[in-house]
Design a protein around this ligand. Structure first.
Ligand SMILES: [Fe+2]
Ligand SMILES: [Fe+2]
Ligand SMILES: [Fe+2]
Ligand SMILES: [Fe+2]
Length: 405
């Protein structure tokens, strides 16, 4: 499918009324966990498009471009309401959080499995293990605070067990900045992978920024503060992979193209017919928005969109599916990796005077919520919350202490 050859819906015809925007939410007991993850991802994609468009508008003095941005952005803002409105009000912020980390695990693992560039695959694998660990920490918080079982949400599609422990994820900011791909040689698929994961991580960062104070319990507030800072690291990590040489208009075209690719992807696996119709409608809207962006690129930069876009969408849709063996392999081989400038190195290769250790000493002084939550759940329930469907954790040190099993 080549979105440039599809008619789509003209942007001016895309506005919807309040009752169309105020959609019925899904039933949290009935929903397919991967429908929840699709909703979370596409909300993050829309939020990125909106914020990007606002930033662009602040960097251009061209009235025509500003008006075109305002128009497409208004539609993106409407789309965001529809997508996020699918979340039901009885889904607590912690339940949504568990959904966010399930997105992070199964989206990142899927992207890594399909990523052609080894440098970008390594970046995905690196952060994958960290979000995998967050899922385990929040699942323990869920049992501790609510007495509930996180597998009611994940449905055993994603394992719950320690990854790279959150306590060791805290790195000096200078070690979060990576080298970037080259916009002239990058595989179009890689560019979309990077844009997609940035949007997802950014939305997770935003969600924890705003929901970390929804609790009275200090352990919950502390855990959100700690993991929110890792999500900020992840945004820094992933955004540094982008080539900053792309003009604002090219970036706009890439955003619309990626939105079209993702709605097309979500549509392929969606079994809820009502939600599938939303993905389909939004795909046709994004195609219309893509045409509008391409028109600006042609007129104001003299660049044909065909020069910078692939001749058709990738064959494979971005898919939410279990990635259990893949995550285990990455965990087994990379749990000890740390970042050293632009490189990833095993922790025992870092000199004892490395800034990593100084940063660790600073932030981890006086107790670490991601450890405390596990200890608290052990003492409250006599065990840790885990869902190891494929056997014990591949790392011996990360297996549950026998005494607490
Ligand atoms: Fe959109
Ligand atoms: Fe995370
Ligand atoms: Fe993350
Ligand atoms: Fe869009």
């Amino acid at each position: 499918m080549n979105p440039l050859e599809e008619p789509g819906i003209p942007v001016e015809d895309q506005f919807r009324n309040w009752s169309e925007l105020n959609v019925d939410p899904y039933d949290k007991m009935e929903v397919d966990p991967y429908t929840r993850t699709r909703v979370i991802l596409m909300n993050g994609i829309e939020v990125e498009s909106i914020i990007f468009s606002h930033q662009f508008a602040r960097h251009t003095d061209n009235l025509e471009i500003k008006r075109a941005l305002a128009t497409s952005r208004r539609v993106d803002a409407q789309q965001q309401k529809v997508v996020n409105g699918l979340n039901p009000g009885d889904q607590t912020p912690l339940e949504t959080t568990i959904g966010y980390e399930q997105v992070a695990v199964d989206l990142t693992a899927w992207l890594a499995r399909h990523e052609p560039d080894p440098m970008l695959k390594q970046a995905l694998d690196f952060a994958l293990l960290e979000d995998f660990d967050h899922l385990y920490r929040y699942a323990n918080l869920y049992e501790l605070l609510d007495g509930k079982n996180a597998t009611d949400l994940t449905d055993h599609l994603t394992e719950i067990t320690p990854g790279r422990p959150t306590i060791v994820e805290h790195r000096h900011p200078a070690d979060e900045v990576r080298g970037h791909y080259n916009t002239f040689t990058v595989d179009p698929l890689s560019r979309m992978h990077v844009m997609t994961i940035i949007a997802a991580e950014q939305q997770t960062m935003n969600f924890y920024m705003n929901h970390g104070t929804d609790w009275i319990e200090p352990i919950a507030r502390g855990l959100y503060a700690e993991i929110a800072l890792i999500e900020e690291q992840h945004v820094t990590h992933y955004e540094s992979l982008l080539d900053p040489l792309d003009s604002w208009l090219k970036q706009l075209v890439f955003h619309e193209y990626n939105e079209a690719y993702l709605y097309w992807s979500m549509l392929q696996k969606e079994e809820d017919r009502r939600i599938k119709a939303i993905w389909e409608l939004h795909l046709n809207m994004e195609i219309g928005q893509l045409h509008a962006a391409c028109d600006l690129l042609r007129r104001f930069e003299g660049v044909d969109p065909e020069e910078i876009l692939p001749p058709e969408l990738p064959d494979t849709p971005v898919t939410f599916e279990p990635n259990k063996q893949y995550v285990r392999e990455v965990l087994a081989s990379q749990v000890d990796l740390r970042a050293d400038g632009l490189r990833y190195v095993p922790v025992d290769e870092l000199g004892s005077d490395h800034r990593y250790f100084r940063y660790q000493e600073t932030v981890n002084a006086g107790g670490v919520p991601s450890e405390q939550v596990i200890e608290a759940d052990r003492s409250a329930s006599g065990h840790e919350f885990r869902d190891e469907t494929e056997g014990e954790n591949p790392i011996v040190d990360l297996r549950e202490p026998v005494a607490t099993k």
